[in-house]
Ligand binder design. Structure first.
Ligand SMILES: [Zn+2]
Length: 334
């Protein structure tokens, strides 16, 4: 009960502060990256002409070069505050199916999960099942997937760092840090805690411990992108990576000191040499995606302020641009 009350407090204060080949080739180093996809490129000698990204709220992103497609997180259900309070939460399978249909996605080459909180991980096993894709994430995310009966052959665990190949994409998942949260929220959301097996078949919000947070570097012959889902960072972690485009999580950023914001932008945007930034994780994920995302109340998380801070950083320090995407928007990155 106390956890339920805290979960209400948490939600109110913004949890947001928060292919057909016969086999996979499983290797685990930078020099010999994993061939992550079970799907062959129809004509590998033909170079892709463009790389697009579609945003579907929170940190759910679809990347495609016309030959291979990968999805980050794949969170569609977005349980309401009422549902989160009721106890158990479960993926809305008809909604996931209709969303994938709207995206014109019948199969994916991989689904990559940033961390194990419900707003990142709860739908990913269903998306994997519906699109015949391998799912990549922490051991905690793997345990969520196992609880849904996703076949073990479709589950891939990432530890500190792992590079994955999907057609022309090379994606490196790098363990970083989650957004810092106040102690009571850290306790409630299992900040820094893993999910052991078995994960409950009827999970509650509070069962979704963080389980380690990843930043994803997407390398492609047309150009690179970085997906920083959660607004946490480790100094120097991304210095060896380049990306013109950064999808930057800003949930909870308005609650951090100015120095944190500056350090966060430096450790992510400046580190990879970003020329364009697209904010993600700015919407109220307890409301349906619908046709337009809305931010949480500014008292909970001052998203307009975070967007202003980000936009100012890009124009004054990075000399780059700020692009705002709404749900279902597709942008040609390269
Ligand atoms: Zn989180």
């Amino acid at each position: 009960m106390i956890r339920r009350i805290f979960s209400l407090l948490l939600i109110i204060s913004g949890l947001a502060i928060g292919l057909m080949a016969s086999a996979f080739y499983l290797l685990n180093s930078e020099t010999a990256p994993l061939v992550g996809s079970g799907h062959q490129i129809e004509n590998p000698s033909v170079s892709p002409q463009q790389l697009t990204a579609t945003f579907i709220g929170t940190t759910t992103l679809l990347f495609s070069d016309g030959q291979s497609s990968i999805m980050i997180d794949g969170f569609f259900t977005r349980p309401s505050i009422k549902t989160l309070m009721k106890g158990t939460i479960k993926p809305d399978i008809p909604l996931i199916k209709s969303s994938l249909k709207r995206l014109n996605v019948a199969q994916l080459d991989g689904i990559l999960v940033a961390h194990s909180h419900h707003d990142h991980a709860m739908d990913a096993p269903e998306v994997a099942r519906l699109t015949n894709a391998p799912l990549f994430g922490s051991e905690s995310t793997a345990n969520i997937a196992r609880s849904t009966g996703l076949p073990e052959a479709q589950i891939e665990v990432v530890d500190e760092k792992r590079s994955l190949l999907f057609g022309h994409f090379k994606v490196t998942m790098i363990k970083s840090k989650h957004t810092p949260v106040p102690k009571p929220l850290a306790w409630l959301t299992g900040h820094g805690k893993n999910i052991s097996s078995p994960f409950p078949s009827q999970p509650k919000l509070t069962d979704y411990n963080e389980g380690g947070s990843y930043v994803m570097h997407i390398q492609h012959p047309l150009g690179n992108a970085l997906v920083q889902a959660s607004s946490g960072y480790i100094d120097g972690l991304l210095d060896a990576y380049q990306a013109d485009v950064v999808f930057l999580g800003i949930a909870g950023l308005s609650k951090q000191p100015d120095q944190f914001k500056q350090d966060y932008f430096n450790a992510t945007l400046a580190a990879v040499g970003a020329k364009k930034v697209i904010p993600i994780h700015w919407d109220n994920f307890m409301r349906p995606i619908g046709d337009a995302l809305v931010p949480p109340h500014s008292l909970i998380d001052d998203i307009p302020q975070s967007m202003t801070d980000l936009s100012d950083y890009m124009s004054h320090e990075a000399k780059g641009s700020f692009i705002l995407m709404q749900a279902w928007d597709t942008i040609t990155l390269y």
